[in-house]
Design a protein around this ligand. Structure first.
Ligand code: SF4
Length: 948
């Protein structure tokens, strides 16, 4: 038996790198005969979620085809292991329905009529149109909208080379709420927990099965557990992760912050906090509360004021709010205090993205790390910026001078990301138009709330001039595009990837496998589509060539940014782009390559990943260099400034780097919140979500005693909405699916293909004795959907749940969306704004070039609940608050499984109702948003000021 190793490497049987050029396996299909198969193994990076795990493509030496994908043992984060979605890349590569050539619409928008076109025609059409927009000063009418990101930096660079403010993303329906809570503390907007070395792990997520960076995290959570760490999972739903925990804490949705603040109170009251850390590394001297000002007072006075402030958060209060037993909360607090600097946690979506004010959950969670002194420690809470490596390219264009109000409107001056899910409403309000629209691996009609408002916008040529969907697979949004442009999967494209997966920094290289292999054999290629299936391309080369098409003579100043650093005046190649980065921007890589007589590019093509450093803890304690200190000054509060900008802080008597906040410390007290009209939230606070019980009572016409009307919008039910009121949790993932892109992965759909409504047995009885499989009708504020019930004790009474991962649909019987994963629907517009969808035919076997499609045995595609959700923009973070108050009744005899009805007039009204909760810019000095808060593709500073 192999020696036991904590990282589990004794259980792996990955091909060793010295055998990658000729790896031999027996062909399982030939069993019981022993037939050898010879493979060449080429590393790349998985494209099926954000974790960026390392793949090895097994290229069959006889056929030249990729036969399978397994894990790359040289990848520092995934270490040879994958989830089910990684190997399923093979299904996507060989998908018989995949888009192989660029397509152009040849009928009315949304009619589903397409004709094949050439990449040359696409570049000419968009290049000419975008050149004109820029020349006419309409640069903001060009918009790039990303779903699944990749290639860190190249897109930012491209947009800034064009001089436009045109980057839109999906982040405000995903993670911006948690990001906001984190960044208020320490500028870094994501945590990087060191699970492997922790003694206590608290997850407000389902990280053993899904979620952000979950495969690398799951490995390390298990390592931590095997070394004795306790695991607590706070989740209203009994996820697979919760089932593995020492504590399952099924909070009533939206009350998680109350529990966390109760834990903080216990740690404070029992004086089990790390006083030295809090005193040195928080901005406690800036604390101001009614009747108390910490400045000039001893630290002890601050501690007493803090205890008084949080006195209301007794375990009993938290129990009343959340349903979690007070004794359990006390026990948990003591275990966390005991873990001290080895307390790790994670929060990404869940509570943060479901609730009005969900960003406070991240603030309250980080408060626990600050109190336990577990920020930046081994086994503690580290910062994404310390563990993610983003190398710089050869030249960086200057920031744009413009500011797009379609992306960062004045109502949400603190939003961490673009208010992307409100785009249809912004255009309906006449705030602008989009002349050239690129959606990149992005399917808002399906993944966003209020998809019918997206359809109305996408069909309207006065609002969206020309739309190209850059996508590896058919999706509901591409149906309404003018061009559908096939982009490569993980083995068909270049990208650089790095994520904050653990205590270390690494860089991964996604590469087109066939092109790489053929180049090794001496072939040359101008473009990746020459080696890919059909004419599937990749974005890097597309943007480079589009930029040249926009500026063929260089007169716009765009082309210069896409010229080779090695061959002046010539168009840059991907080999040159990445080669330059590997030679110049990745510390240690040139030396590692040299030791093997390889160039840095050859090294990355060979191994697919590089570990940059494992020295990542306590980066705030780095001493400023003498060059950095030169010409700086120390302000009265200890902040070290240079050219008017903070660069560090005096702490422990030394000039240290500190954090990226204005005080360069962990900001327990946020002056930014006070200055930007939210003084009541200057400290981590609990406020009640839009689905809190009191809001539920109000929605039923009752008076709730302590309902906070100032922060909470009311719910107006449609006249025909009947049934009991419940809180719907609509955002949990199924571990094997990938939003849009798993639709063509037969392995994955065979595993899971249903998204019934989870209902507690008590509620099932209240609903008239419903049973698993019965049809239910779920009413939202703007419509309804019909689906099956699943009776389970895996969530509390009063709460129902449905995964967002299913419910794909197509309008053609025979294509333009994968038939193994989608229902053929009849979509009708009954009146302006009134949409009805009914499933005509669900999944069934069909004939294709893949014999397995004849063997499909499942017959459900799920129900698309997101269509029936109105937008809920949080007035502070701008995040869409996903949880819904719904009414549930037994379906009527006229209702069918999968039925959807929506009134977009109502959704526009809900948008208006949430908008009035905001407190718009300007802030201090006429600013649109605080200068210190990060902004995606940041414009120059002058653009931050409103001009009157
Ligand atoms: S976690 Fe799974 S889907 Fe995500 S990158 Fe890793 S293998 Fe791919």
């Amino acid at each position: 038996m192999a020696d036991f190793k904590r990282d589990g490497s004794h259980l792996m049987s990955c091909a060793p790198v010295e055998k990658w050029d000729d790896w031999v396996e027996y062909d399982p299909a030939a069993w019981p005969r022993r037939v050898k198969k010879h493979y060449q193994l080429v590393p790349t990076i998985c494209f099926n979620c954000e974790s960026a795990c390392g793949l090895l493509a097994y290229v069959n030496k006889e056929t030249g085809e990729i036969d399978k994908f397994e894990g790359n043992p040289r990848h520092p984060a995934s270490r040879g292991r994958l989830c089910a979605k990684g190997p399923a890349t093979i299904n996507q590569i060989h998908d018989p329905d995949r888009i192989l050539y660029p397509l152009k619409r040849n009928g009315p928008r949304g009619s589903g009529q397409w004709t094949r076109t050439s990449w040359g025609e696409v570049l000419e059409t968009f290049g000419t149109r975008m050149r004109k927009a820029i020349q006419e000063g309409r640069g903001e009418e060009i918009m790039y909208h990303v779903g699944r990101p990749g290639h860190d930096f190249i897109m930012d660079r491209t947009l800034q080379a064009w001089g436009i403010d045109g980057h839109n993303s999906h982040t405000n329906v995903c993670s911006s709420s948690a990001r906001f809570g984190y960044l208020l503390w320490h500028y870094a907007d994501r945590p990087s927990p060191d699970h492997a070395n922790a003694r206590f792990i608290l997850l407000l997520s389902s990280h053993l099965e899904s979620g952000h960076y979950f495969n690398p995290h799951a490995q390390r959570i298990i390592e931590g557990k095997m070394a004795g760490a306790k695991l607590a999972v706070m989740d209203p739903r009994l996820s697979n992760t919760a089932s593995m925990a020492d504590y399952w804490l099924p909070t009533y949705p939206g009350t998680e912050t109350a529990v966390l603040l109760a834990i903080a109170k216990i740690i404070l009251d029992e004086n089990r906090f790390d006083a030295a850390f809090v005193k040195t590394w928080t901005n406690w001297e800036e604390l101001e509360l009614p009747g108390f000002r910490a400045q000039g007072q001893p630290f002890e006075a601050f501690v007493e004021a803090l205890k008084r402030h949080y006195a209301v958060f007794t375990p009993e209060f938290a129990e009343k709010e959340s349903g979690i037993n007070a004794e359990v909360i006390v026990k948990l607090a003591r275990e966390i205090a005991e873990a001290g600097s080895r307390f790790a946690s994670h929060l990404w979506r869940g509570s943060a993205s479901g609730n009005l004010g969900g960003w406070q959950t991240a603030r309250a969670l980080t408060l626990l790390h600050v109190l336990t002194g577990s920020v930046g420690t081994k086994g503690g809470h580290n910062l994404n910026a310390w563990n993610k490596f983003v190398p710089k390219p050869f030249a960086v264009p200057p920031p744009q001078k413009r500011w797009s109000e379609l992306l960062y409107p004045q109502e949400w001056p603190l939003s961490t990301h673009e208010m992307s899910f409100l785009l249809p409403h912004f255009l309906k309000e006449g705030r602008g138009r989009v002349d050239a629209y690129f959606t990149r691996v992005f399917n808002p009609v399906w993944t966003y709330p209020d998809g019918f408002s997206w359809i109305e916008m996408l069909r309207d040529e006065s609002k969206i001039g020309l739309h190209a969907a850059l996508t590896p697979v058919w999706n509901e949004t591409a149906w309404f595009a003018d061009y559908v442009l096939p982009m490569g999967l993980s083995s068909e494209r270049h990208d650089l990837m790095s994520q904050e997966t653990h205590a270390g920094k690494w860089l991964g290289f996604r590469q087109p496998v066939h092109r790489t292999l053929r180049q090794r054999d001496g072939e040359t290629f101008d473009y990746s589509y020459e080696a890919n299936p059909g004419e599937v391309w990749e974005e890097d080369e597309f943007w480079i060539n589009l930029s040249w098409a926009m500026d063929p003579d260089g007169s716009l100043g765009i082309r210069q940014w896409f010229e080779s650093p090695y061959r002046p005046g010539q168009k840059i190649t991907t080999d040159e782009y990445y080669g330059w980065i590997f030679e110049n921007s990745v510390p240690g890589l040139p030396d590692a390559a040299k030791k093997e007589n390889l160039t840095p590019l050859q090294y990355m093509r060979k191994y697919g990943a590089f570990e940059v450093t494992t020295d990542v803890y306590r980066q705030n304690e780095k001493t400023l260099t003498s060059a950095e200190i030169s010409n700086s000054k120390v302000e009265l509060n200890g902040v070290i400034t240079k050219d008017g900008k903070p660069i560090g802080v005096m702490a422990e008597g030394k000039p240290l780097v500190g954090y990226g906040t204005p005080s360069r410390k962990l900001e327990m007290f946020s002056k930014t919140m006070a200055d930007w009209k939210w003084p009541e939230f200057a400290l981590p606070e609990y406020y009640r979500s839009h689905i809190h019980r009191s809001a539920r009572e109000i929605s039923l016409g009752m008076t709730a005693g302590d309902f906070d009307a100032q922060h909470m919008p009311t719910v107006d039910w449609p006249e025909d909405a009947r049934g009991e009121v419940y809180t719907l949790l609509p955002i949990f993932r199924l571990p094997n699916l990938i939003h849009t892109r798993s639709g063509n992965a037969k392995f994955l759909y065979e595993i899971a293909h249903k998204n019934p409504l989870w209902v507690n047995p008590t509620d099932a009885a209240n609903l008239g004795g419903i049973r698993t499989g019965d049809l239910l009708k779920v009413h939202t504020e703007i419509g309804y959907f019909v689906l099956h019930a699943w009776i389970t004790e895996g969530l509390a009474p009063g709460v129902v749940a449905c995964s967002h991962h299913l419910g794909r649909w197509r309008q053609n019987q025979d294509g333009q969306l994968e038939r193994m994963s989608s229902a053929w629907v009849d979509l009708q517009q009954l009146a302006p704004g009134q949409w009805k969808m009914r499933q005509v035919e669900s999944v069934r076997p069909y004939k294709s070039s893949d014999p397995d499609t004849k063997r499909i045995w499942w017959s459900e595609a799920g129900v698309h609940q997101n269509l029936t959700f109105p937008v809920h923009p949080d007035p502070v973070s701008g995040m869409h608050c996903w949880h819904q108050m719904v009414r549930v009744e037994k379906a009527n005899k006229d209702d069918c499984y999968g039925d959807i009805f929506v009134d977009t007039n109502r959704s526009f009204n809900v948008y208006q109702k949430w908008k009035v909760l905001t407190r718009p810019a300007p802030g201090p000095n006429g600013l649109r948003r605080p200068l210190w808060i990060p902004r995606v593709v940041r414009p120059e500073e002058s653009a931050f000021y409103l001009k009157h």
